[in-house]
Ligand binder design. Structure first.
Ligand code: F6R
Length: 247
């Protein structure tokens, strides 16, 4: 039985506002917060709302740090579909988070060493306080695809055909996503003090229900979150539809 708390809203816009307000409160209460950040279509409106809340309330990220969940392996610097570019466009360039504390995994010449260094960098900051997560239609979190070990650490992962298909629209016409990415492992994600998972739209309903209603199963990576004591799911009614009638 999951301990996750659900916050259900009538539209994705209201979800974005609620997540943004929550993160703003966390950073206001503890300016040195270590954020775990996600990319993807779901998070575009969330960063937009967070930037707006920040501007309206004078929120500073100057003492915060961030670690993104994942990044493709092998994209040239500045590639339009890289997660670094996404983060610059939607968040980093709009806030005062110092560039040297806004990290994404970078494969470099030695991807395995880069994975170990990323874990060490997170540990050196005292761990992630709040980890933001989206969820794939197949239940993936980060690039931890079905079958990933629940105790996995930051690693090089192979993308499944369904994830490649889902992400192809982010790439220039005729270009496919790289077959590999570096991702925090499920164990890395579970180490965060709190997790905020966001799901919007009917396409996420089945994955959300499998993650939180069905028994934990490596075939649904997000179901690992059932073990975590502090998970809040922010979702719209369409994504919540598979969870049964609301209390
Ligand atoms: C992104 C990430 C992915 C996405 C997931 C949902 O950093 O790690 O797990 O959160 O694929 O993506 P969208 O929001 O595009 O449906």
């Amino acid at each position: 039985m999951t301990k996750a708390q659900f916050q259900v809203f009538s539209s994705p816009e209201l979800v974005a506002q609620a997540v943004a307000s929550h993160i703003a409160e966390v950073v206001r209460a503890r300016p040195q917060t270590v954020l775990g950040l996600a990319t993807g279509k779901t998070f575009v409106s969330i960063y937009e709302a967070l930037v707006r809340v920040g501007e309206e309330t004078g929120l500073s990220f100057a003492e915060a740090s961030s670690f993104n969940l994942d990044e493709y392996v092998g994209l040239p610097v500045g590639h339009p579909a890289s997660f670094r570019r996404y983060m610059e466009e939607h968040f980093f360039r709009h806030v005062d988070l110092p560039a040297d504390r806004a990290l994404l995994p970078e494969a470099g010449d030695d991807a395995e060493a880069a994975c170990r260094a990323y874990e060490a960098a997170i540990a050196a900051r005292g761990g992630v306080d709040v980890q933001l997560l989206g969820i794939g239609r197949n239940g993936h979190i980060g690039f931890n695809e079905p079958g990933s070990a629940f105790d996995g650490r930051t690693q090089v992962a192979r993308l499944t055909p369904s994830t490649i298909a889902a992400n192809t629209s982010d790439f220039p016409p005729g270009e496919l996503p790289p077959p590999e990415a570096i991702t925090m492992g499920i164990g890395t994600i579970l180490d965060a003090h709190a997790v905020v998972l966001v799901a919007t739209g009917a396409a996420k309903a089945e994955a959300l229900a499998r993650a939180f209603l069905a028994p934990m199963d490596v075939d649904c990576p997000a179901s690992a979150l059932q073990q975590h004591a502090h998970v809040t799911v922010f979702c719209d009614e369409a994504a919540f539809a598979g969870m049964g009638p609301r209390a």
